[in-house]
Write a protein that binds this ligand. Structure first.
Ligand SMILES: [Zn+2]
Length: 269
């Protein structure tokens, strides 16, 4: 008789039923209550997914709207060249936090490596989570950051593990777009359940031209303001009123020019 390598049984999070995962199996459906669970090294947690509400074309449209928005450089939607688009279900650890004062919130942390850390600010649409469906496996990224490691990291950030009342694995649908702008490649993620766009690094409006325009305006008025002072130093009675007049006159003339400069900069950048 040869001994079968028996993997240890684990208890279902929902009904407590004994689950017997095959070796290496991490995604399970409970045969008793039909819950979908994820088997982390140390624990069994619920496994959910968010269903996409956007198809690829709508994902692109969300990206284009974001590119045309105020955060990015002008006309990025027209100047950027889309390089690739990939759809995947990305794993996030889901924590329900309950503070001692009774305040509840949801925390999300990436469960696999991703360059876009902003994802954790995603607002999950309440009540839209569904039981994970094994047919999604081909598009689902497997978690590589263990739950314990992430809880430990949260603790370091000042969120005690005792405040985490619920943990789950959630697979989020997302389009990952790569695009080129002025020879550099950027990544943007469109979360396909809500249409939210995430990007850590993107071609942002340059600040230098605005600072320059502001600097020019300040310099012009500083020069004008010294005229009455210089006049006063030479001959107060005669030149101070004259300097003051010239200062005001030129100041009024300069205003529309400087305004036009600012408007031009705003239109260009
Ligand atoms: Zn069960």
């Amino acid at each position: 008789m040869t001994a079968q390598p028996d993997s240890p049984a684990v208890a279902c999070t929902q009904c407590g039923g004994e689950l017997h995962p095959d070796e290496g199996q991490i995604f399970l459906t409970c045969p008793y209550c039909n819950s979908t669970v994820y088997l982390d090294k140390s624990q069994v947690v619920f496994h959910w997914y968010l269903a996409p509400t956007l198809d690829e074309a709508q994902g692109r449209a969300s990206l284009a709207r974001w590119m045309a928005g105020n955060q990015t450089v002008k006309d990025l939607d027209k100047k950027a060249r889309l390089v690739s688009s990939t759809f995947q279900y990305f794993p996030m650890w889901y924590f329900k936090r309950r503070t001692a004062a009774g305040k509840e919130s949801i925390l999300l942390e990436p469960a696999a490596a991703i360059s876009i850390s902003e994802l954790r600010s995603l607002k999950l649409p309440a009540g839209d989570l569904r039981k994970y469906d094994p047919s999604l496996a081909a598009q689902a990224v497997e978690p590589t950051a263990p739950l314990d490691a992430v809880s430990g990291w949260l603790q370091e950030k000042g969120i005690p593990t005792t405040e985490l009342s619920e943990r789950a694995l959630v697979h989020l649908p997302m389009y990952i777009f790569k695009y080129q702008f002025q020879g550099k490649e950027y990544t943007a993620i469109v979360e396909a359940g809500t249409g939210s766009v995430f990007a850590n690094i993107f071609p942002a409006k340059a600040e230098a031209p605005y600072l320059l325009a502001g600097g020019v305006a300040a310099l012009v008025y500083l020069c004008l303001a010294t005229l009455p002072l210089v006049g006063a130093a030479v001959d107060f009675e005669l030149y101070f009123p004259l300097g003051l007049g010239v200062c005001f006159g030129l100041g009024i003339l300069a205003a529309p020019l400087l305004f036009a400069l600012a408007a031009w900069v705003a239109a260009k950048v």
